[in-house]
Design a protein around this ligand. Structure first.
Ligand SMILES: Cc1cc2nc3c(=O)[nH]c(=O)nc-3n(C[C@H](O)[C@H](O)[C@H](O)COP(=O)(O)O)c2cc1C
Ligand code: SF4
Length: 449
């Protein structure tokens, strides 16, 4: 079942004429015959959950938007997409930009946003041009600007390029950056729905979330809700990377088993070179890694499926999360300690530094992991790592702290023996050659640290 990628392979779908020929902008025509409240109701009925990571119900988020008399409101599209392993929004924007623009126009109308922004990660420079061309085409054809389709509704969409910081994907850091300031997360409350961009009521939604509004309005919320399973309604894009035969972008209806998704030819095609599956991070680098036994079956022995509920079944003790849909697969040759060290380095580098548990803890975890990986670890380091991640989780201004803590916790929980092996086999650990021995390391670790 394809809703977002239905026309992805049509030649020229990036351009307005082809997109329109394939039914593009119908949802805008339909939306202008509805009231904004009816559109919000339809999105509520659809059960759509935010595709940026947290999975918060979109219709409910929209209904929280404050509407003070005479104060402008804003819709901001989060196209920062910096979570390692996640590249689905890039695909949508690069190949079907009009789907996002269409979703943005309908959503802006529903929320009363006359000035709507796309905040895009700095590294997606070429996509800025693609989006700006699509916006210009939409405007030339009367879908943007003043009094769109004689509806009385005015809307402009502006693209703002970020400077390349992962933290600017967090919605309040994004808002700060959009306002031209350093991207430091704000303390909540107040939430953006009350005080967002320039302290005006603001909704921040992910690219995929806003694109999904198009099929919801075209076919109705109930039709969308009838796809999928439980509270995992509609379709979800997954970006797959790592040790699979067919990495790429997949649109699924979340009913597939994890086994089918990884091994069937319709999706990832299995593990290359006859290797066995070791583990997987199902939802982007921030969510817990799961070893193969817990990935394919839950702790209760039930088949795990690709839905929000099933992936998180068992909590963090034996489950994980759908997250942003960045599906990273590891074969039997991959080293969990090395992988965890790489992630710790990333989160340390990306911490904005406002809260000490995150600023100090991420660097400390990275140093310890680096020592263990390079054969200089002590057995007590494993418990120390555990202790540090516990002290970060839940004790910071924004969830980057949790995102740094969870991968470390899950790696120790499920692969403690690998950490112990690195410590008891220090010489062998030191001499392993990944062909990456001298890769650039932006963080200086003093000798003997
Ligand atoms: C460190 C950090 C990075 C984030 N990066 C992104 C991102 O790149 N894209 C995104 O949509 N949401 C990201 N989020 C989640 C956003 O804060 C926000 O929840 C999301 O944009 C809401 O959109 P949704 O409801 O449509 O999912 C990030 C959160 C954190 C804590
Ligand atoms: S948790 Fe980390 S990234 Fe988030 S505000 Fe605190 S220091 Fe900054």
């Amino acid at each position: 079942m394809k809703l977002l990628l239905e026309h992805a392979h049509v030649e020229g779908i990036r351009y307005y004429d082809t997109y329109r020929k394939h039914g593009g902008y119908r949802s805008v025509e339909k939306a202008f015959k509805m009231t904004p409240e009816e559109i919000v109701e339809e999105v509520k009925k659809s059960g759509l959950r935010g595709r940026g990571g947290a999975g918060f119900p979109t219709g409910m988020k929209w209904s929280f938007l404050a509407k003070p008399e005479g104060v402008p409101r804003h819709l901001v599209c989060n196209a920062d997409e910096s979570e390692p392993g996640t590249f689905k929004d890039r695909y949508l924007m690069e190949f079907i930009p009009h789907l996002l623009i269409e979703g943005l126009i309908v959503s802006s109308f529903a929320l009363g946003s006359n000035m709507t922004y796309i905040y895009i990660r700095g590294e997606y420079a070429w996509i800025v041009d693609i989006l700006e061309q699509a916006i210009a085409e939409a405007k030339n054809n009367g879908w943007l600007g003043k009094n769109i389709l004689n509806s009385g509704f005015d809307c402009e969409i502006y693209v703002q390029r970020g400077g390349g910081a992962y933290i600017c994907g967090e919605e309040t850091a994004l808002i700060e950056s959009l306002e031209g300031k350093r991207g430091n997360p704000r303390i909540k409350p107040p939430f953006p729905a009350i005080q967002g961009v320039w302290m005006r009521p603001t909704v921040v939604n992910n690219v995929e979330t806003l694109a999904a509004v198009v099929p919801i309005i075209n076919n109705g919320g109930e039709a969308y809700a009838s796809i999928g399973v439980g509270k995992s309604t509609g379709t979800k894009l997954l970006s797959v990377c790592g040790n699979v035969k067919k990495p790429g972008i997949y649109e699924i209806d979340m009913t597939q088993s994890v086994e089918e998704f990884i091994f069937s030819d319709e999706y990832c095609g299995g593990i290359p070179n006859g290797k066995r599956l070791k583990a997987c991070i199902p939802g982007g680098s921030s969510v817990p890694i799961l070893p193969a036994n817990l990935l394919l079956k839950t702790a209760k022995g039930e088949t795990r499926t690709m839905s929000y509920e099933s992936l998180s079944d068992g909590g963090f003790a034996s489950g994980s999360m759908m997250g942003s849909g960045g599906f990273i697969v590891f074969d039997e040759d991959q080293c969990v300690v090395r992988h965890t060290m790489t992630l710790a380095r990333f989160y340390n580098h990306e911490s904005c530094g406002q809260c000490s548990p995150c600023r100090e803890g991420t660097g400390w975890m990275y140093k310890i992991l680096k020592n263990i990986e390079y054969g200089k670890g002590k057995m007590s380091d494993i418990d120390l790592l555990w202790d540090i991640q516990r002290k970060i989780e839940g004790n910071t201004i924004c969830p980057l702290g949790d995102a740094a803590a969870w991968p470390v916790a899950a790696a120790i929980r499920h692969f403690r023996d690998e950490f112990e092996w690195h410590i008891t086999n220090a010489d062998e650990a030191q001499n392993r050659n990944y062909g990456l021995a001298h890769y650039a390391d932006p963080i200086h670790v003093p000798a003997g640290a």
